[in-house]
Design a binder for this molecule. Structure first.
Ligand SMILES: [Zn+2]
Length: 122
């Protein structure tokens, strides 16, 4: 019997796997054998799947449904990542002008470092 091989790496623990199947399915849901996290494999792309995603996929009625669900999931994940990187205060115009004036007054490298340090502590 001819088999097809799918190889992939778990995005969480980085363990690598090869699965042999008669046909390559367009979607697989499984648990990583190593870290036991839920994974989805869709069109060769492996994602860490949370409960919400698995539930959505189970309720999907068609191929395009799944595609829409995954695009939405990726977008949401990206937004969450962006939120973590967001600074905790808004830099105002005054902050920038202050820094410019301070830097103008700085004569030596140490002075510049003091300005930057002082700004970080604000
Ligand atoms: Zn894993």
């Amino acid at each position: 019997m001819e088999t097809k091989c799918i190889s992939f790496a778990c995005p969480i623990c980085k363990a690598e796997y090869e699965i042999f199947l008669k046909d390559i399915p367009y979607l697989m849901l499984m648990n990583c054998p190593h870290c036991k996290k839920a994974l989805s494999c869709f069109e060769g792309r492996v994602r860490h799947a949370n409960e919400e995603l698995i539930k959505d996929i189970r309720e999907a009625k068609s191929y395009s449904d799944i595609k829409t669900i995954l695009i939405r999931y990726d977008k949401k994940k990206k937004n969450n990542n962006n939120k973590i990187e967001l600074i905790d205060h808004v830099i105002s115009k005054d902050d920038i002008i202050d820094l410019k004036i301070d830097l103008n007054n700085a004569k030596t490298f140490d002075d510049v470092m003091k300005v930057i340090d002082g700004d970080a502590k604000k």
